[in-house]
Design a protein around this ligand. Structure first.
Ligand SMILES: [Mn+2]
Length: 318
């Protein structure tokens, strides 16, 4: 599907539920909030759902959007690369998604229709084009939601996924009322005391290996317990290992609240994070990807990842 086909399809639907992925980020939430606002302004019934609670720092996306929770006719997912990433919503809705709008190169099809553009830095770029094609007015509230998804998925325009189009769309969103400096300060320059304490503890775990080409930090559950930091407070730590000069593979091993071990990988060229995570059944983008270790301990997952990094760097000739 492309933008025009998606536009025609959505114009023919009047009652929609928009689904986000679990462990929601600014892009999936910004996409859902913007789409719900745009669809409602066009007189349609639209609501959103997520398998996990919306983190407090993203609550502003949904301000003034009261929930309309009755059985929707049509289900659309945004920024969901795989049905299993719906989390708790996979069981009720995984088989019922009619349209997926996404930007992941590793998208695993789960819906009869899909508009996926891996060249887009954020799903919010697609939602912006879609709302324009549908003739929806991009209000300041919508612009704020879309700008949020773009800056969170690009690390404030720093990642390799940023294109000239990303900047053009961001510029148009600023003209439409997105408060760029306020959003950047809120999302990138502000941390709670708990987050600052947790980040300090994570940094203490850093190991550098493979002749300085790989680095790893670990986030055991005790760091959250001792500091009161939430999962969303710890999103930023995944960028720590790759910040070390010379590192091309930065690995973060995290023990989630339910005890499951998850790894986030950040890569600099020529390394590919999705290729490394693919070895463990995960996926994502070239620069950022993830995978899970459901039957492992932190130590076991860390050992496997270090071995995989060494073999992968050797295969790359590094
Ligand atoms: Mn995204």
């Amino acid at each position: 599907m492309n933008c025009e086909e998606t536009c025609v399809l959505l114009q023919s639907w009047d009652d929609l539920l928009i689904l986000c992925h679990a462990s929601p980020d600014g892009d999936t939430l910004g996409s859902a909030a913007a789409l719900v606002r745009g669809l409602r302004a066009m007189g349609k019934r639209a609501s959103f759902a997520c398998g996990d609670p919306v983190p407090a720092k993203y609550a502003y996306l949904f301000e003034g959007l009261e929930d309309l929770s009755d059985a929707p006719a049509h289900i659309v997912s945004v920024d969901v690369a795989d049905a299993k990433l719906l989390g708790d919503l996979e069981a009720p809705y995984g088989q019922r998604v009619e349209l997926a709008i996404d930007h992941h190169g590793t998208h695993v099809p789960f819906s009869p229709r899909c508009w996926n553009e891996p060249d887009s830095a954020a799903t919010c770029e697609l939602i912006y084009q879609l709302l324009k094609a549908m003739g929806a007015a991009i209000t300041p509230d919508i612009a704020r939601c879309l700008f949020t998804g773009i800056i969170t998925d690009t690390g404030c325009f720093r990642y390799s996924n940023v294109t000239p189009r990303t900047h053009r769309i961001a510029a148009e969103l600023m003209e439409l009322g997105a408060p760029a400096d306020e959003l950047a300060r809120r999302l990138f320059e502000t941390k709670s005391r708990a987050q600052a304490e947790a980040e300090r503890m994570v940094l203490e775990t850093m190991e550098i290996f493979c002749d300085g080409k790989a680095a790893m930090v670990q986030v055991p559950a005790r760091i959250r317990q001792e500091t009161g930091a939430q999962d969303s407070d710890l999103e930023g730590v995944a960028s720590f290992p790759r910040q070390v000069e010379g590192v091309v593979l930065g690995v973060t091993v995290k023990e989630k609240a339910d005890g499951e071990i998850h790894a986030s990988v950040r890569a600099n060229p020529p390394a590919d994070a999705a290729a490394l995570c693919g070895q463990f059944g995960g996926g994502g983008h070239t620069g950022a990807a993830g995978c899970s270790f459901p039957d492992d301990t932190m130590e076991g997952a860390a050992r496997k990842l270090k071995a995989a990094c060494a073999a992968y760097l050797e295969a790359l000739g590094l």
